[in-house]
Write a protein that binds this ligand. Structure first.
Ligand code: EPU
Length: 425
């Protein structure tokens, strides 16, 4: 176990390069299970969740070579197992992608129910409903899902699927399962996140026929085989980029963020501009600066292209410094306000009522000992600590390590006083 010790009050200045997207990398690594032949993938983020997923593939018998810090070659040709037990999948929620990949490859899957951050009830009923529509019998019992194609040859059959809720996980999982199914699959009311498009692009580079990713209707024409990929580069992580954008604004600094797709940040840049934060952007960079006060604003999280739920904790920290009262409504997950209890102990004025928080500012934050409750809540506390007077100790940083590649080194490079130390407790 480690903790971060952060001495607040430094103005962040300089340049930062964003790593590859966590939420694209997890399904893309799982998708490599579908290929006959090796897949070389670059811009892989060096984070705990991806390491856990690679460990699962290795234990299943895949050959995984780390060519450099951010490039891997996966050859899953020899994998014969379609089972992932709890000890393999307990560390991360993204392990549900093994269901779609196993079904696409073997026509059957036995996968324990996933772990991950505790953000309220997070059912996977839409994944399972979609698999059933593709001709799969599902039994959910004793903490695992057992899925098997009705067709004795193990082939899934294309069908029309309408998702009752817009779900990133279900959209991607159904693409994984359907790309080798017989006939055509049409998924309606799909998630449109950039990482959904990235996974579709990766599958297409393996020979899949997926059209419409990035819109709310995806059409998949099944193909009998998928081949390896010579080189595929994962898109930049929009949430990592957004976190550093807010860190720059929160410390009154100026940071240029590189290796970024500015279009993916639009809901955040629009909101920051509304809050009087300065933004300039080019083809693959964004510069953020904050020379003065922050204006209050209302935020509601929604599926892409709406404001991302994964940025809700970070923007709330910035709003605690705004002039006036801001309302934050969580429109995607059941509950994602655990971090506010820690933030209040640092001096923020926040009242949570169900899926809504009211935050009034500006309030001076003071360093203390806090605990990261989950990945993005932990990132929000890092931003709060960077602004706070005095030292903040953040415990349970294993949550932050799940999704941020070298956060300590990157923040130090722009002037933050942050160190990682072993937590004796
Ligand atoms: N939902 C259902 N049934 C389903 C699936 C989803 O009711 O079958 C509901 C749940 O209430 C859930 C909401 O829909 O809260 C959104 O679920 P979605 O499937 O879109 O989310 P997810 O696949 O569980 C991914 C990311 C999350 C991110 C959300 C929303 C991965 C591994 N996780 O989760 O990332 O918050 O999409 O964009 O891709 C994070 O990175 O910190 C993180 C939590």
């Amino acid at each position: 176990m480690c903790k971060f010790v952060i001495s607040g009050g430094q103005t962040l200045r300089g340049e930062l390069t964003v790593s590859g997207s966590k939420n694209a990398a997890l399904p893309i690594v799982s998708a490599a299970l579908l290929a006959e032949g090796p897949c070389t993938i670059e811009n892989i983020p060096n984070i705990a969740d991806v390491q856990s997923m690679l460990d699962i593939l290795k234990k299943l018998g895949a050959n995984v070579e780390e060519l450099d810090r951010n490039t891997i070659r996966i050859d899953a040709t020899q994998v014969t197992s379609h089972e992932a037990t709890f000890d393999l999948v307990s560390k991360l929620r993204g392990s549900y992608y093994l269901m779609g990949a196993f079904l696409g490859r073997f026509g059957q899957a036995v996968v324990a129910l996933p772990g991950g951050c505790k953000l309220g009830t997070r059912p996977i009923d839409q994944h399972l409903k979609g698999f059933q529509a593709l001709g799969v019998d599902i039994v959910e019992a004793y903490g695992k899902v057992t899925a098997k194609a009705y067709d004795a040859s193990g082939i899934l059959h294309g069908n029309n699927i309408y998702l009752d809720v817009v779900s990133v996980g279900a959209t991607i999982n159904l693409m994984l399962a359907a790309c080798k199914a017989a006939g055509q699959t049409v998924i309606e009311n799909c998630a449109r996140e950039p990482h959904v498009v990235d996974v579709a692009n990766f599958l297409n580079s393996m020979g899949a026929k997926i059209r419409g990713a990035g819109t709310d209707i995806i059409k998949i024409t099944g193909v009998p085989k998928l081949h390896g990929v010579e080189m595929y580069s994962i898109i930049p992580d929009q949430i990592e980029a957004g976190t550093y954008m807010i860190a720059a604004a929160a410390t009154g600094g100026e940071i240029t963020i590189k290796n970024i797709i500015p279009r993916h940040q639009e809901s955040l840049t629009a909101k920051l501009q509304e809050m009087s934060i300065g933004i300039e952007e080019g083809e693959d960079w964004i510069r953020i600066y904050n020379n003065g006060s922050v204006s209050a604003a209302h935020v509601k999280t929604l599926p892409y292209p709406g404001f991302p739920t994964d940025m809700q904790p970070q923007i709330t920290v910035l709003l605690s410094q705004a002039d006036g009262t801001s309302k934050i409504v969580e429109g995607v997950t059941d509950f994602r306000f655990q971090y506010t209890e820690e933030l209040k102990r640092m001096g923020a004025d926040i009242t949570v009522n169900g899926k809504m928080a009211m935050v009034s500012g500006p309030k001076n934050l003071k360093g203390t000992i806090v605990r990261a409750p989950d990945l993005r809540g932990g990132a929000a506390l890092v931003i709060a600590a960077l602004m706070a007077e005095g030292d903040t100790v953040i415990q349970d940083v294993q949550f932050i390590d799940r999704g941020y590649d070298n956060i300590v080194g990157k923040l130090q490079s722009v002037g933050a006083k942050i160190v990682r130390v072993e937590d004796d407790n």
